[in-house]
Every structure is written in structure tokens, then in C-alpha cells.
Design a binder for this molecule. Sequence first.
Ligand code: 3AM
Length: 186
Amino acid sequence: MPRSEDSVRRVFLAVDLDDEVRHGLAAHLGSWSPLPGSSPPPANWHLTLRFLGKVDEPTYETLLAKLDEAELGPSFSLSFGGLGAFPRAARATVLWLGTDAGSDALGGLAAAIEGAVVEAGFMPEERPFHPHLTLSRIRPPQDVQSLIESVPSFPLRQAVDHITVFESILGRGPAAYVPLEVFELD
Ligand code: 3AM
């Protein structure tokens, strides 16, 4: 018998990074490290497409079925841009790496996923999709304007040919993100 907590997972859907991009980005940011705030380890870097939160087993199975049926569209290449911040650079709580070419395709992918997620019974996401790769979380907020201006665009591209369903396991220290399932694009 599974323990009751085994049947509820904290889940999100994301574009994972190739090792080349992950290591390249770590090297690219090297001169600016440590970044302000608390940075996830490079192994945790990803582009979130949809955060789902706690999902019970039957809903999880429905979600997988809906993602399997979904038209996720063609694979594409994603380029990155410079750094940015939420909610704004002068009072940043999240420092992120932005995307450039391929952002529209990534938005289309997020929209296709949203359709499957809603069909699986989740409430629609109310916030607009803003592609970003979180580099650090900053508490209390800091002014990161000069940092953002000093880091050049990251030149590598990420091939987006699948999405990954991750389980987020919270505990002491950084969250553990465990890939559970992969859905291929065309
Ligand atoms: O891609 P990032 O790192 O911005 O912030 C969390 C992370 O996104 C986000 O889901 C991703 C994997 O944990 N997240 C966590 N809790 C959330 C919530 N309650 C959330 N997004 C929306 N609502």
C-alpha cells in the first residue's frame, strides 16, 4: 500500500535544459556570481510552463492523458536574452534570464499545455505567461538595475523538442526537482 503522502505530488511542467546550455550559462554568469539573493543550483534551472501545485493520483493520471492527447506543436529553437527582474529591477524579488527568438513558440506551447491542464480539471492560470529562467530569489528586494545592464546576452540556444513533468520536493535546502514524465513535440 502506498503511504497517503505518496499519492499527492507537487507538480510543475517545464522546459528542461540541455547540459551544454546549463554548463554554458553557469560559465557565462561566472564573473557575476554569487548573484544577489538565493540562487537555485544549476541542476535545478528550467523554464516553467505551468505550475500545478499539489496533485492527487487520479488527477495526475488524467493530466498525463490530456497531455498525451494535446497537440503540443512542432519543435523549435529558443534563444536567450539578457537578465530581467520581477516585479521590477529597482525592487527585484526574482532575477531571471529572459528568452528571445522562439519566445512566441514557447508562449504557444504554454497555451497548448494550458488547454490540456484545464481539460484535466485545473483552474485556468490567471497570470499571463512570461517566459523566464529563474536565477535567484531575493528577500528583501534589491535594486539589480546595474547588474542587469552589465551582463551580456547569453548566446547559446536551447532546442525545445519535449516538455517535462517535474515533481518538486521541498525540504531543507534547495528543492529537488524530479523528472516524472516527458512529452515529445512533433
Ligand atoms: O520557473 P520559476 O522558478 O519561476 O516559482 C516556482 C518555480 O517557478 C513556481 O513553480 C516553479 C517550480 O517550483 N511556483 C512555486 N509555487 C508557485 C505557486 N504557488 C509557483 N508558481 C505559481 N504559484
